[in-house]
Design a protein around this ligand. Structure first.
Ligand SMILES: [Zn+2]
Length: 79
């Protein structure tokens, strides 16, 4: 049976669905009994989701692209 320590140690593996079924069920059971760990999992889960959706929607800044082009042009001219 998983305890708080197991749950915290395996939190990222749990969120990334890297755990085997048996251990995952253990953690699920613990989460059902433990509001502390449940809160932690929910917090990490929403944090991960927010980071992922930001990375997906935020475009590369236009000036960064321009600067990269400038760098390439400079290199070509020097050649
Ligand atoms: Zn716990």
């Amino acid at each position: 049976m998983a305890d708080c320590r197991d749950t915290i140690t395996q939190l990222y593996a749990y969120l990334d669905q890297m755990l085997d079924d048996e251990f995952r069920r253990d953690i699920d059971r613990h989460l059902g009994d433990c509001p502390d760990c449940q809160g932690r999992v929910e917090f990490e889960f929403s944090l991960k989701a927010r980071i992922r959706s930001r990375a997906a929607t935020e475009p590369v800044p236009a000036d960064l692209e321009q600067r990269l082009r400038d760098c390439l042009n400079v290199d070509l001219d020097a050649d």
